[in-house]
Design a protein around this ligand. Structure first.
Ligand SMILES: [Zn+2]
Length: 113
């Protein structure tokens, strides 16, 4: 749960609007940055979902910036070979969320750091 930046009402982390005062992004606008720095497993596609919403594929040596509300977010990454990895990350206006993706050479699964 987070506090609405406008009215102070307690609202769900995932609320897009405050049920009390109705403003958008009650926790404030934040960013979640997802980075895939290395070419390791470059032939394997990685598809990013945040809070069950598809944000698209991320290529090697690219990053993706996703606007999110403050609070905790669920991140799921699926490889083009059918493996998935999930994690949760806390994002606040003061500290953008940052996730670095890799692919495990042992299992072909997704690594987060
Ligand atoms: Zn409010």
């Amino acid at each position: 749960m987070i506090q609405c930046r406008e009215c102070g009402n307690t609202v769900s982390d995932s609320a897009r609007t405050c049920p009390n005062c109705g403003i958008d992004s009650p926790g404030g606008s934040c960013e979640l940055v997802i980075i895939r720095p290395s070419l390791g497993g470059g032939a394997i596609g990685l598809t990013v979902y945040v809070d069950n919403t598809l944000y698209g594929d991320i290529k090697a040596r690219k990053s993706m910036t996703i606007p999110v509300s403050a609070g905790q977010h669920h991140v799921l990454v699926e490889t083009s070979r059918g493996k998935t990895g999930t994690t949760t990350i806390d994002v606040t206006p003061q500290s953008p969320g940052k996730l670095t993706l890799g692919i495990s050479q042992l299992t072909g699964g997704v690594k987060f750091s």
